[in-house]
Design a protein around this ligand. Sequence first.
Ligand SMILES: Nc1nc2c(ncn2[C@@H]2O[C@H](COP(=O)(O)OP(=O)(O)OP(=O)(O)O)[C@@H](O)[C@H]2O)c(=O)[nH]1
Length: 257
Amino acid sequence: MHESRQGDTETLNREIRDELDRVGEDIARSQDLGSLKQSISQRLEFIGNTMERFRQREQEREDLLAGQLEAMQEKVAAMEAHSEQMQQQVREERQRAMTDLLTQLPNREAWQERLLFEFNRWQRYQQPLSVAVIDIDLFKKVNDSYGHKAGDRVLQLVSRELRSRLRETDFIARYGGEEFVLLLPETGVETAEEVIDTLRNRVAVLPFHFGGEPVNITFSAGLTEFRANDSVETVFDRADRALYQAKDAGRNRTQSV
Ligand SMILES: Nc1nc2c(ncn2[C@@H]2O[C@H](COP(=O)(O)OP(=O)(O)OP(=O)(O)O)[C@@H](O)[C@H]2O)c(=O)[nH]1
């Protein structure tokens, strides 16, 4: 069974050759046809048996190989499944690490990554790219008057509203606290201002009720677009300064620079 195919084939050839030699000797030595017929038929039977044994061993070798192949295929499939599972786990963990738990928006790490990506695209293609910083107005009052849970609810609903009103290609992240940041690719500052004002008007009419009272939530926004010689830091600082101008000017407004 464990002998090699080559060894088996050599044995088979030798046995058949020897047997055929003996047939020749039988013929040469034979005196009568009856005994010659008998000896030749015995030799043919021996050759037949030898070939049948060879065929069986050949079959066993094939079965063994097929079994080994199947086992290897199963092993490879299991390894592939495991690797896919690990990759999926890594993707999920990365996704979790990039997502803000409360609002399910991308978080600050995700923002930094996307900002650099869009900045590189802007440098290469020179299409307009706007950046906005949004901050919910007098949010501390919501927490102080209606509790932290109410504040959390505001953050969740405002986030949902903002995300759902933006284009797929726009990017929004929770930068921290009640502050959000937006990237609007292929959008100049005038169009971006319209987009932000539409968002602002939508948020202003969200029907919040806390402690039985209707509560209006508004935000202020600072907006700018990338200009020659800008870095991600200079743009962000400019948008942030514009936000403070909007706050100083009375809140619930968008300030572009
Ligand atoms: N509920 C809740 N509150 C938060 C969260 N993160 C930050 N805050 C609160 O957000 C408030 C931010 O207050 P301020 O920075 O004074 O700003 P503001 O009250 O929004 O006032 P203006 O920005 O000047 O309009 C603080 O009271 C923080 O505690 C959060 O995840 N959940």
